[in-house]
Write a protein of this length. Structure first.
Ligand SMILES: [Zn+2]
Ligand SMILES: [Zn+2]
Length: 269
């Protein structure tokens, strides 16, 4: 068993509480705990150590970039959630049904995003009563924990959802992968000529020294070469800021046991 120090214990609790954090904020939190500057390299060492401890609980901490906000994130993954239909303890039966309904609507929609009001309306289609208020509050909870991202009037898939439900998403939308890195992509850019999909951050990097589509060779220096799935003009203003939503900035003592920190639910499907 790996030796767990205070920093690991607190960071585990911090990530369990938040579900997702910007890398910047995790660094700030660790620096506060350690009373010295923790840089990216040191955070990496801390995360590797934690992963060795939590891996046999089917948990994992991973770094990634949100394709809607372009922010670098640290995400707490519960790998037991995958596949979606498997019994898992983090949702009530009705919440799981609601979650799955929203997820299906989003991945089956052309724009891979859903108006918030439509998400709330889905509550009335579930097999048992689930109020709009319940829908709103649970959706808010899922946005805070990184499953979904709110951008203006719309809900997109969040990085935590994409990483936890990778095999489900790859099975149902195999074409939703970035042509450059082969990872899932739902909110990036699409070549107007060949319809290949790209993460915005992958294409930005690629275009630093290339000008043609890597697939169809269409020259992208011409205007309107991309169909963009995020409203660019409003992105800066309206994306719900994770920093603002997770106001839980103070250092909180770890609870009795993070291993016991889950609800017991019977299998749903
Ligand atoms: Zn990519
Ligand atoms: Zn192309």
């Amino acid at each position: 068993m790996e030796n767990i120090e205070k920093i690991h214990q607190y960071l585990i609790q911090f990530m369990l509480r938040n579900g997702v954090s910007t890398v910047q904020r995790a660094i700030k939190y660790c620096s506060k705990l350690e009373n010295e500057t923790v840089d990216m390299a040191k955070l990496g060492v801390i995360i590797n150590h934690i992963n060795r401890v939590i891996c046999n609980q089917h948990f994992k901490l991973v770094f990634g970039t949100c394709e809607v906000t372009n922010k670098d994130l640290l995400v707490w993954l519960n790998l037991k959630n995958d596949p979606l239909s498997k019994s898992q303890p983090y949702f009530t039966e009705r919440e799981l049904e609601y979650f799955q309904a929203i997820l299906e609507e989003i991945i089956n929609s052309e724009q891979r995003k859903l108006m918030i009001v439509v998400c709330i309306n889905i509550t009335s289609t579930l097999t048992a009563s689930f109020s709009r208020e319940n829908g709103k509050s649970v959706l808010e909870k899922w946005i805070k924990s990184g499953y979904f991202v709110k951008n203006g009037e719309f809900i997109h898939l969040g990085l935590k959802l994409i990483l936890e439900f990778t095999s489900y998403l790859r099975t149902h939308r195999p074409e939703c992968v970035c042509y450059l890195c082969s990872e899932l992509s739902f909110t990036g850019k699409i070549c107007d000529n060949c319809d290949k999909m790209f993460h915005s951050y992958c294409i930005d990097k690629y275009m630093q020294n290339q000008t043609a589509c890597p697939n169809c060779k269409q020259d992208w220096r011409e205007t309107d070469v991309f169909k963009t799935l995020v409203e660019q003009s409003s992105t800066q203003m309206q994306i719900t800021n994770i920093e603002e939503m997770n106001i839980d900035e103070g250092i909180i003592e770890p609870g009795p046991s993070w291993r016991g920190n889950r609800r017991n639910r019977s299998p749903c499907y």
